[in-house]
Write a protein that binds this ligand. Structure first.
Ligand code: GLN
Length: 535
């Protein structure tokens, strides 16, 4: 039977609960345990697929094609858990399911209520994952902050689960903020006390408290939190701010969190450390041998979370090359206003991430042109591949006004067009070409050099594709179509022949990159960028 760790958060949002959950997963895996992680999101959307990045940040895509919360990205980067659509539970999904059952008559004349019907649905969704993925420990992170109205059914569900399973099988960990008040020169434990108080009102008593803090937690502060929050003093775990998120597992281990969890859950394991992680990830982050400057040209540049997996995958590529990464975030609309060279003249690599809609497109096209003409390494992802194709069509093939039908329905040269299967689609949620699809690589390509194999599988999220009517023309002018979906002939990768490294893909490689095993395309892109002379 699987054991459960429930993680809640208090005081403020953005405390890094996702990183904490992932780090706990990492620490338990180091002990030889098999884990999975679940994110519960209390919002009413069925999934984040239809939300604006400014509302939600990146939409993370799993192999099975679920559009999920970006915390699942952290879970996959830190652990070996294979996540599916069931690993992200939302209020929307829960109600959808309960209401469908009600319409089918499954509740046999009963009044359908939040307790027990919604809470039972939540409990069953959590247990279903544990059962299907056959793991030792399930880590369940409850999104939002304790005290949010929306989160109450989830908290009630985990309260009941803990009661049903008993303390050896389920524990609660609460993550809070212990702020440092400058004028008083002190850290303050009161917000944590209030937060735990609110939890206790709901009937949840934390077994451990993880305190996010910018200053070292004094013994007095720990004692105070332990006393007022009713937890053992060694269960008050400080989590001090760190430069790299990949340090968090090691810090939590130093504070004894892994041993504490095993003791609470009554699991006996040897004490193992994270030597590999230390050597392959942290040493390289802390002592890089060189530096590389990459520009990310997008339209959600001001929001750190919008391109989360892209930024992380670039970090992994840099780790793989023993380099320090400097990211220059460029708003493609600024390129439209002020010209391209102002922003890109001193960088060593250009990355254009995915995106939707017309805004900022022409700036991206100009960034593609800059990288192509100036022999600057280029990685285009999804929309980034589509803009690279548009630029090449216009400026090399001489197809004036070439465009994607996403941006101009009546373009004379639709080099990017709607996927055939999308033509009948009317609904917006979960209707794109989503998830893992196979791709075959040509052996004489940069893509093959990176992957070192012919058959690959990558994750997708798009409605448009390269229009194969233009393939010949592109090939004649120097494009190699190096990756193709064998079932449909869809272009998955295109690259430029006479260029040090110009590669663009329809899929999202960033979702499969990890700090200790960088995605091959990111590792190769950074390698090529390091070889690009600094201007
Ligand atoms: N908007 C483009 C499409 O739907 C690109 C999508 C993306 O970049 N994820 O095909």
């Amino acid at each position: 039977m699987s054991k459960y760790i429930f993680i809640t958060g208090g005081v403020v949002s953005s405390l890094g609960k996702g990183i904490t959950a992932s780090s706990i997963g990492k620490l338990l895996e180091a002990k030889g345990l098999k884990v999975t992680l679940i994110k519960c999101d209390p919002y009413i959307n069925v999934d984040p697929g239809t939300m604006n990045p400014y509302q939600h940040g990146e939409v993370y895509v799993t192999d099975d094609g679920a559009e999920t919360d970006l915390d699942l990205g952290h879970y996959e980067r830190f652990t070996h858990a294979k996540l599916t659509k069931d690993n992200n539970i939302t209020t929307g999904k829960i109600y959808y399911s309960v209401i469908s059952k009600e319409r089918r008559g499954d509740y046999l004349g009963k009044t359908v209520q939040i307790i027990p019907h919604i809470t039972n649905e939540i409990k069953n969704s959590i247990k279903k994952v544990a059962f299907a993925q056959r793991v030792d420990v399930v880590i369940v992170e409850i999104g939002g902050t304790v005290g949010d109205i929306e989160g109450l059914p989830f908290l009630e569900a985990i309260r009941q689960l803990r009661l049903e399973m008993g303390k050896d099988y389920a524990i609660n960990i609460h993550v809070t903020l212990v702020p440092f008040i400058k004028s008083a020169g002190e850290i303050k434990t009161k917000p944590t006390q209030h937060s735990v108080g609110t939890l206790r009102n709901i009937g949840i008593i934390p077994d451990a408290i993880i305190c996010r803090t910018e200053k070292i937690l004094t013994k007095e502060a720990k004692d105070k939190i332990g006393l007022f929050c009713n937890v053992d003093r060694e269960a008050v775990i400080p989590a001090i701010d760190v430069k790299s998120i990949y340090e968090v597992p090691l810090n939590l281990q130093k504070e004894g969190l892994d041993r504490l969890i095993l003791r609470l859950l009554n699991i006996k394991r040897e004490d193992k450390d994270l030597v590999d992680w230390q050597n392959r990830v942290l040493k390289r982050i802390k002592h890089p041998l060189k530096e590389v400057q990459i520009a990310v040209v997008g339209k959600y540049i001001t929001l750190q979370d919008a391109y989360k997996s892209i930024y992380e995958a670039l970090v992994h590529g840099a780790i793989d090359n023993n380099a320090r990464l400097v990211i220059k975030k460029v708003d493609s609309e600024d390129i439209e206003k002020n010209g391209v060279s102002k922003y890109l003249k001193d960088i060593q690599g250009v990355l254009i991430p995915g995106g939707f809609g017309l805004r900022g497109i022409e700036g991206k096209v100009r960034a593609c042109e800059f990288a192509r003409r100036n022999q600057v390494p280029f990685l285009g992802i999804c929309l980034g591949m589509q803009t690279a194709a548009i630029e090449f069509a216009r400026n090399v093939c001489g197809l004036k006004g070439a465009n994607s039908t996403e941006f101009n329905k009546n373009t004379k040269h639709p080099v990017i067009g709607l996927l055939e299967e999308q033509k009948e689609v009317k609904l917006k949620g979960a209707t794109m070409r989503l998830g893992a699809y196979e791709c075959r690589l040509r052996k004489d390509s940069k893509a093959y050099q990176a992957y070192k194999k012919e058959k690959i599988s990558e994750r997708h999220r798009h409605r448009y594709e390269f229009n194969n009517d233009y393939r010949r023309e592109f090939e004649k002018k120097g494009i190699e179509f190096s990756g193709i979906n064998p079932q449909t002939g869809l272009v998955e990768i295109l690259e430029l022949k006479n260029h040090p490294w110009f590669l663009a893909c329809q899929f999202h490689p960033e979702f499969k990159s990890k700090p200790d095993s960088a995605h091959p395309l990111f590792a190769s892109f950074i390698k090529a960028s390091l070889a690009c002379p600094k201007k």
